[in-house]
Design a protein around this ligand. Structure first.
Ligand code: ZN
Length: 158
């Protein structure tokens, strides 16, 4: 097991040190913010979504602990070029994994590296912040809004 733990730790640190898809999307059509007051993690997500609900571009900014930052970096890599529908399936899988459920490891990609977090309730919020924020972005876009002023807090999560 510890070999896997080391591998997962290495994936998390790699994303933390060299975060993917950082920055802004100048022609974004939805921008939302998320925060995790328990840890002080903050994220802004900017997405360019086309008419078919496909995420053409996605970037993040903000700051936080290694778990939250790695989670955002991995998430943006998995979502870019994919549809909201595919994103929602991944979101449900991450939620299930955080509750200790069985998941399709192949479909999860590097997200599997965050599995160990499920044993630490406080850190689950760090790992879920990016996904909760993405969920808000989908809701805003699908309601025809651009996300202006929309903020989600992990404190509101059940
Ligand atoms: Zn955190």
């Amino acid at each position: 097991m510890s070999e896997f733990d080391d591998l997962y730790q290495a994936i998390i640190l790699d994303h933390y040190r060299r975060p993917r898809n950082r920055g802004t999307v100048p022609d974004a059509n939805v921008r939302v913010d998320g925060k995790n007051p328990l840890c002080g993690d903050e994220v802004r997500l900017e997405l360019r979504v086309d008419g078919d609900g496909r995420i053409v571009d996605i970037k993040s900014s903000g700051h936080g602990c290694s778990i939250s930052q790695a989670s955002i970096s991995i998430m943006t890599e998995l979502l870019k070029g994919h549809t909201f529908e595919e994103g929602r399936r991944l979101l449900e899988s991450v939620r299930a994994m955080m509750k200790g459920g069985e998941v399709d490891e192949e479909a999860m990609g590097e997200l599997i590296a965050l599995r160990g977090v499920s044993k630490f309730p406080v850190r689950i919020k760090c790992a879920m912040l990016s996904w909760t924020t993405f969920e808000l972005a989908m809701a805003e876009f699908q309601a025809g809004r651009n996300g202006a002023g929309a903020v989600v807090s992990t404190e509101d999560e059940k």
